[in-house]
Design a protein around this ligand. Structure first.
Ligand code: ADP
Ligand code: MG
Length: 322
């Protein structure tokens, strides 16, 4: 079983940033609105996530670390409609199988907090702990027992940069959250709940925010809103294309292509602009269950989505030229 977990871990946990992503999604699914991340050595030495979510009951702590034990889906039907970010029930088990993991939590309304530790896949008994509310997950020494993976890790600053990307995606998609992150004891991000526009400015810079074009278009069950870089923007960084489909960060060819085509058509701009776009559509018409770590989706009707996005961007861009 431990081996199966380690194999599964290879699917879910490629590097510290992918473990961080799993932990952040769990906190969001638990309804937390204040999340604080502490990293050491790019996350390979420590990832600690403190949240103020609903917490985990004493008797559920060990279960939370068991593979395929998820509280989030009751049936296959649910899987199709899944709205929560995590739903496979293998995130924590996978991370625990390749690290030293501890889980401390105080279930909403309980009169105390409890802590369990996982060591090489073995989960100890819950011990009383001190915590006012929410959950603290600590992941230490990632891949300490998988030398081949450990060796594959890049420098701390590169691993940190990946964690930073993951953090930014959450920060952009959830401006209603208070978010903090530190690295090696130094504060890196301190974000208070704010409007989407203010959050975009905080994360991507005032220059982008001030010159970006705001758009919001709907057609039936489809909606796209967000901020698209103005043509005067001096630099278009490769990593500044943010697209969220029903709240999930995705890298999608259909979306990227539609945006690029609109810019080319209206502004004769060849390069990819900066953008932060939120695409919302009927969850039944998009498949998110492609791969646990890959940021992919599959649209049932990608032509319709493409056409819709192209026209939405086209319209917004044409207005600025008029
Ligand atoms: P999944 O997210 O797919 O359900 P995970 O292995 O990531 O699977 O988590 C297992 C379970 O542990 C979750 O279903 C949830 O019940 C619980 N859990 C994990 N992290 C938290 C958290 N931060 N707050 C509350 N519950 C959590
Ligand atoms: Mg999860």
């Amino acid at each position: 079983d431990h081996l199966i977990n380690q194999i599964a871990a290879g699917e879910v946990v490629e590097r510290p940033a992918s473990a961080l992503k799993e932990l952040l999604e769990n906190s969001l699914d638990a309804g937390a609105d204040s999340l604080s991340v502490d990293l050491a050595e790019g996350g390979s030495k420590l990832i600690r996530l403190t949240d103020n979510g609903e917490g985990i009951a004493r008797d559920e702590l060990a279960l939370a670390l068991a593979r395929h034990a998820t509280s989030k889906i009751a049936s296959l039907e649910d899987l199709m409609r899944v709205r929560s970010l995590g739903f496979r029930g293998e995130g924590l088990a996978s991370i625990a199988s390749v690290s030293l993991l501890s889980l401390t939590s105080r279930f909403a309304g309980a009169d105390g907090a409890w802590r369990v530790e996982a060591d090489n896949g073995r989960v100890g008994d819950p011990e009383p702990a001190a915590l006012m509310a929410g959950t603290v997950v600590e992941v230490r020494d990632l891949f300490f027992n998988v030398p081949a993976r450990r060796r594959f890790l890049k420098t701390a600053s590169t691993e940190y940069a990946h964690c930073d990307d993951v953090f930014k995606r959450v920060a952009l998609s959830r401006p209603d959250l208070a978010l903090m992150m530190s690295h090696n004891g130094k504060a890196q991000w301190r974000l208070k709940p704010e409007t989407p526009a203010a959050r975009v400015a905080a994360v991507l810079g005032e220059e982008f925010a001030a010159s970006a074009l705001a758009l919001d278009e709907r057609a039936g069950m489809l909606r796209v809103w967000g901020f698209a870089g103005s043509p005067t923007q001096s630099r278009a960084s490769r990593d500044a294309q943010f697209c969220f489909v029903n709240g999930r960060f995705v890298r999608d060819k259909v979306v990227a292509h539609a945006v690029r085509e609109a810019y080319r058509d209206v502004l004769h701009l060849e390069r990819q602009p900066l953008y932060v776009l939120f695409v919302e559509l009927d969850p039944e018409t998009v498949d998110v269950n492609v791969h646990p770590t890959k940021t992919e989706v599959r649209f049932r009707d990608s032509q319709t989505v493409h056409r819709f996005l192209f026209h939405a961007l086209h319209k917004a861009l044409a207005q600025t030229r008029a």
